[in-house]
Design a protein around this ligand. Structure first.
Ligand code: FES
Length: 111
């Protein structure tokens, strides 16, 4: 499992592991790293919006909600200042690439 440190915002705020993107998001419930690809059909979860209870992240493609607590459990991560270190799924020798993905205002601005 790759251990990767990357930025929580701006350039290099995304890590691709074998082409699957991960980003750091902030909601009123706190920050976390999650796969930016919706489990339904791969929609852009990084552009999603938390529901009114901050329990589910609603995908912009088909408006299905995915449990934020389930997403958080999949990727252990610790934030330190402007960076976050995460244990990402995949083999230790997976292709790792830093990149940038925009976040929805709700995920970039949260608490
Ligand atoms: S791709 Fe996200 S709800 Fe369908």
């Amino acid at each position: 499992m790759p251990l990767v440190t990357f930025k929580v915002s701006g350039t290099d705020n995304c890590v691709r592991i074998d082409d699957l993107p991960y980003v750091y998001i902030r909601t009123e419930a706190g920050g976390s790293v999650l796969a930016a690809s919706c489990p339904h059909r791969g929609g852009p979860l990084h552009l999603g919006t938390p529901d009114a209870d901050n329990r589910r992240l609603v995908c912009p493609w088909h408006e299905r909600g995915t449990s934020l607590s389930r997403l958080r459990r999949l990727v252990p991560a610790v934030r330190t200042g402007d960076t976050v270190t995460a244990v990402l799924p995949g083999p230790a020798d997976a292709d790792v690439e830093l990149c940038h993905l925009p976040l929805s205002p709700a995920l970039a601005a949260g608490a």
